[in-house]
Design a protein. Structure first.
Length: 255
């Protein structure tokens, strides 16, 4: 479950990192604990460790802790605890990073069955937590990718076992410069999934593409003897994590 926190104080504060988490029964006995470097990272999509500002008097928490939906200025952390013995938990102690104090919250979540627990005699148990992350925002933040368009100009036909020459034009359709260095890899394929080769793009003479700018590259590909004759498509894809989807194809008849 996500643990959601807010700042009820009169001054702003900043938190960063992993909070220590201890599960307690009604008598205060420790049922499980994840502190220091132990139990870091969960099955869920945990965000990176970053400093988080928690303004004073943030909005009240939602009635349910079952989701990470909160308000701006609040923070959450993913938390998982499994114990096949099914002890009854009463409270969770949350120790904030950098000696920020300890909070106690009721353990009010009904447990679901874990596939590792086939019977009450199983002894599997585990506890983990993610870093404190901002609530009410997409996290991790969306990638800031550059939009590009790829056009493939290929011959209308090609013979099996021969080399074909074709051109690829890359156009920057984004709003900022596309710095092409270091040059990314590209791959071409027939039948979409039949990889022909992977190479590094010779982008050094181009250096970068301003918004609206384009560059055309000469390409070559070997048509395998094993490919079936008939209608096909020559596909080309740029393997660059800095740009959005960058690929296209052109029809080609294999003879």
């Amino acid at each position: 479950m996500p643990l959601l926190l807010r700042n009820r104080g009169n001054i702003d504060c900043q938190v960063e990192g992993f909070a220590d988490v201890t599960v307690l029964d009604r008598l205060g006995h420790v049922l499980a604990s994840a502190a220091g470097s132990a139990g870091r990272g969960t099955f869920f999509n945990d965000g990176p460790v970053v400093p988080l500002l928690m303004p004073a008097h943030t909005a009240p928490l939602p009635a349910s802790f079952a989701t990470r939906e909160g308000s701006s200025g609040q923070v959450f952390m993913n938390f998982s605890w499994y114990d096949c013995q099914r002890p009854l938990a009463s409270r969770i102690a949350i120790g904030l990073p950098s000696a920020g104090g300890t909070l106690f919250v009721p353990y009010a979540t009904a447990a679901s069955v874990n596939p590792r627990c086939r019977s009450s005699s199983d002894v599997y148990h585990a506890i983990s937590r993610g870093p404190l992350s901002p609530a009410a925002v997409q996290w991790p933040p969306p990638l800031d990718l550059i939009g590009v368009r790829v056009e493939v100009n290929a011959p209308s036909s090609a013979r099996r076992g021969m080399k074909i020459d074709y051109q690829v034009t890359i156009t920057n359709i984004g709003t900022r410069d596309y710095d092409m260095l270091p040059c990314a890899d590209y791959f071409d394929a027939l039948e979409v999934k039949r990889l022909l080769a992977t190479h590094q793009l010779n982008c050094t003479p181009v250096d970068h593409l301003a918004p609206g700018g384009s560059a055309t590259f000469d390409m070559q590909a070997d048509v395998p003897m094993s490919i079936a004759p008939g209608f096909n498509r020559l596909s080309w894809f740029l393997a660059d994590d800095r740009v959005d989807y960058a690929g296209s194809s052109a029809p080609i008849d294999i003879t």
